[in-house]
Design a protein around this ligand. Structure first.
Ligand SMILES: *[C@@H]1O[C@H](CO)[C@@H](O)[C@H](O)[C@H]1NC(C)=O
Ligand SMILES: *[C@@H]1O[C@H](CO)[C@@H](O)[C@H](O)[C@H]1NC(C)=O
Ligand SMILES: *[C@@H]1O[C@H](CO)[C@@H](O)[C@H](O)[C@H]1NC(C)=O
Ligand SMILES: *[C@@H]1O[C@H](CO)[C@@H](O)[C@H](O)[C@H]1NC(C)=O
Ligand SMILES: *[C@@H]1O[C@H](CO)[C@@H](O)[C@H](O)[C@H]1NC(C)=O
Length: 784
């Protein structure tokens, strides 16, 4: 060991003198800059805390400095922006402050006043209080890597590692490894609920009976193991270890490809890290190894992501990013010299996420194809010999699976050079999916259209035959949860379901919501009784039926059925067990962590993106507010209450007339004589986003008068660079805070054309595009 230490010391001095300080006792006032004193080394010189280079800039973290390949093991604020070479780090009594052109933020935020810090030889960076007790340590906030003697302890809530985006970009990627509160070590894609959705897990230690406080540990001999909550028992050895403890370094990491591995490094030989153990040998195992609309195929040690037929890579440079519909086909179909038709492609030997919006029991594969062809919403269906499951777009978690007998049936556009057909409807909006369907409707009075009409009628008729078969076969309720086309209920059924409207769970603008149970299935539902039975209520009802019945997205609440019995109008929705977003934001005890809230914001944005751009009929919600966003059992947000939205025909922009959303959330153009567009939703979303950030209502008159209106307050603090003052002592990354607030301010611009589209909003929230500094929401022109 002595040899190693000496060697490393020499190494550190010869290679990094001038750039790094060998200072294991760091006192307040010490500073680092990326180019001169760039990091604080541990006593042996093995580990360093400070700036490291990433892309064109610098990030702050801990890396192994004692080897040529400076391996990053921890990153502060991993999703913050990179800084340029004129940034600096300062050790203050509050923690480690990063000063850059974007302002100052604490990258290590100490819970109490601190006096000194150490970069330890274990790889742990620690802060001490005045009496030299550790008050903060990087070992408790792992990113994607565990070092020997750094346990990942579950606790009640569980704790997790999140993979990096790529080998060179250490910001959060798409996979997580969760040490769960039940004792199970499980891997999921990041976008699934906490401890939730076993259907999404792609690795599990199966120690789910071990109870709380189980920990994942890496030994100095490379053994990876689980320890019991009581600390005395060795629960499970994942890797056997027994590797040399001298002259070698070990680490465990969940890699960007979603697999976690134990690595070793030979300090004498140098060279590369070598893999000692990995959680899986098949790189297609991680759910989502390939992006949307593509499937994973193993190519020796590498993988290949193959686009579905009729799709092309979103980015040919990075095929794991997924695929989208071949746009040239869509463009050709828009031009009037071509007719486009649809066929069903078959793709066998692949496995996909199975989240159908409708399951049919057809008589065979051909019937399944016809059912999909005859359904506007159907992009694909899975046929397994018995049932035909229509899938929600996009298709994800695809991989080759030679053992499956399921066949993916995929709707594909085919072109034919038929003579020009007169078009009844000219789609103005440019949309990827579904727009061609309008064309088909448009030409439905031509011969082609007539044929299609015949097919549709045939399919409708067949649908009814199947529906009839289902009813007679299974006697009512048993299958309702598979077939989610809204089904009609008699009023008596609803009374039974809700135990005579016994339990009220909510009250909205258009009616009261009751909890219910469907028959033998014991499945919970929410029944909404529309109370205003005026003409408006009628229209509302029919709109809601038509709109919701045809939307299928994981961030929208599903309509399961309805009842129309004279003046009595009721809707049956899937039940959301965690109340509304309003309950979560405005109940201090239920307040979620910043990262979780940001995840929720992104999911809501995805729901609205679908409504605005991806479903077959553009839908403007018109009443976006936290009360209309419900939370399911996995705390996944789902948008509800389309009662105020209207269908938008391709040529219309003026809709939602005569309806106002909810005060505090409505866009200013409601009060002006200008057309109302999807941008009214973007405005309301912006307000909701600010509420998610600051966990308070936009308008709150219980506060002092000058603090009552959140959006005004936010812009004021944003302009003066003092946003942190608005978040109290909540732990969050200042740069991320600023980013999200900027998105919010762009959304609430008075001038609708300045507001971004929902697509742009999502890209900004995901951090994939730069966000310019927004102007004041209230423009000079609009105040005249
Ligand atoms: C570390 O530095 C602080 C301040 O300079 C000093 O008070 C303390 O005694 C030092 N601790 C050690 C272990 O050297
Ligand atoms: C690096 O830090 C040391 C100790 O704080 C200081 O003496 C030295 O001048 C610094 N070097 C540069 C180039 O700033
Ligand atoms: C720091 O560097 C950035 C980019 O190189 C530059 O835009 C900025 O003006 C610099 N700031 C200072 C204070 O020198
Ligand atoms: C788990 O750890 C927590 C916090 O240290 C402790 O309160 C709890 O009693 C532990 N549970 C078990 C079963 O050991
Ligand atoms: C795990 O490995 C260690 C060291 O080889 C051994 O002592 C222990 O009994 C093993 N535990 C289990 C549960 O197999």
């Amino acid at each position: 060991m002595a040899f190693v230490v000496c060697y490393l010391l020499a190494f550190a001095f010869f290679n990094y003198a001038g750039a790094q300080q060998l200072q294991s006792n760091i006192s307040r006032g010490s500073a680092l800059t990326p180019t001169t004193n760039s990091s604080w080394l541990s006593r042996s010189g093995m580990y360093a805390f400070g700036f490291y280079k990433q892309g064109n800039g610098f990030a702050v973290g801990i890396f192994i400095a004692g080897i040529p390949e400076k391996t990053v093991v921890w990153t502060a604020n991993r999703d913050g922006r990179l800084v340029s070479d004129n940034a600096s780090l300062l050790f203050t009594s509050d923690g480690i402050a990063l000063q850059s052109t974007q302002g100052q933020s604490l990258v290590v935020d100490a819970p109490v006043l601190v006096s000194s810090a150490s970069m330890l030889d274990s790889g742990n960076f620690v802060l001490y209080n005045a009496s030299r007790a550790i008050v903060w340590q990087s070992f408790e906030y792992p990113t994607d890597t565990l070092l020997p003697n750094q346990p990942l302890i579950a606790g009640i809530a569980g704790k997790e590692l999140v993979s990096a985006k790529s080998e060179t970009d250490h910001s959060s990627g798409t996979f997580r490894l969760a040490m769960q509160g039940d004792g199970n070590l499980v891997q999921y894609p990041v976008d699934t609920g906490p401890d939730g959705g076993t259907q999404y897990a792609y690795y599990a230690s199966n120690t789910f009976t071990a109870g709380p406080n189980v920990s994942l540990n890496l030994g100095v001999d490379g053994r990876l193991f689980l320890l019991n909550g009581t600390g005395d028992g060795n629960l499970l050895n994942l890797s056997l270890g027994g590797l040399p403890t001298q002259g070698r370094s070990y680490l465990m990491r969940i890699d960007a490809d979603g697999i976690f591995r134990v690595y070793s490094y030979d300090l004498k030989q140098k060279g590369n890290w070598s893999t000692e153990w990995s959680s899986s040998q098949d790189r297609c195992d991680p759910q989502g190894a390939c992006g949307y609309n593509s499937y994973c195929v193993t190519m020796g040690a590498a993988i290949d992501c193959i686009c579905l037929p009729g799709f092309e890579y979103v980015n040919a440079g990075d095929q794991t990013l997924g695929c989208e519909r071949n746009s040239s086909v869509g463009d050709v179909c828009k031009s009037k010299n071509w007719n486009c038709n649809y066929t069903m492609q078959e793709l066998g030997s692949t496995k996909w996420e199975d989240e159908p919006y409708m399951v049919l029991k057809p008589s065979g594969k051909e019937d399944c194809k016809q059912a999909c062809l005859g359904d506007f919403n159907c992009q694909a269906a899975v046929f397994d010999g018995l049932s035909c499951s229509k899938q929600r777009p996009p298709l994800r978690y695809g991989r080759r699976d030679e053992s499956t007998s399921k066949i993916l049936l995929l709707k594909e556009v085919v072109m034919s050079s038929a003579p020009p057909a007169p078009r009844a409807v000219v789609p103005k909006r440019s949309r990827k999916n579904g727009r061609n369907l309008f064309l088909i409707v448009g030409v439905s009075f031509t011969a082609l259209g007539f044929i299609l009409l015949v097919i549709s009628v045939t399919v409708l008729w067949k649908n009814n035959v199947w529906a009839y078969k289902r009813m007679s076969e299974v006697n009512g309720d048993a299958e309702w949860n598979e077939d989610v086309t809204p089904r009609p209920y008699a009023y008596e059924d609803i009374e039974k379901m809700t135990n005579n409207f016994n339990e009220e769970v909510g009250r909205g603008a258009s009616g009261t919501v009751y909890k219910g149970v469907i028959g033998n299935s014991q499945k919970l539902v929410a029944v909404k009784r529309l109370e205003k039975v005026a003409a408006e209520g009628d229209r509302e009802f029919q709109t809601e039926m038509r709109v919701i019945g045809r939307t299928h997205h994981r961030n929208l609440v599903r309509l399961l059925g309805y009842c129309l019995d004279g003046p009595k109008k009721l809707l049956v929705y899937e039940y959301m067990s965690n109340g509304s977003l309003a309950d979560i934001l405005f109940t201090p005890e239920r307040k979620l962590h910043w990262e979780e809230r940001m995840g929720i914001a992104r999911k809501i944005a995805r729901g609205f993106l679908y409504l605005h751009e991806e479903c077959d009929t553009q839908i403007i919600h018109c009443d976006i507010k936290p009360q209309n966003i419900l939370m399911d059992e996995y705390m996944c947000p789902k948008i509800t209450d389309f009662g105020l939205s209207k269908l938008l025909q391709p040529d219309e922009t003026q809709i939602c007339t005569g309806i106002r959303g909810t005060k505090g959330y409505v866009a200013p153009e409601w009060h002006r004589k200008i057309p109302v567009t999807v941008k009214v939703d973007v405005y309301s979303f912006g307000i909701v986003l600010l509420e998610i950030v600051f966990c308070r209502r936009n308008v709150d008159w219980s506060l002092p008068h000058d603090e009552a209106i959140l959006d005004e307050l936010v812009y004021h603090y944003f302009e003066s660079g003092e946003l942190r003052k608005l978040v109290g002592d909540e732990d969050m990354d200042s740069r991320q805070l600023e980013r999200v607030v900027k998105v919010g301010i762009w959304c609430i611009q008075d001038e609708p054309s300045l507001r971004p589209s929902m697509k742009k909003v999502l890209l900004m929230l995901e951090g994939t595009v730069e966000i310019p500094v927004p102007p004041s929401p209230v423009s000079f022109l609009s105040t005249i």
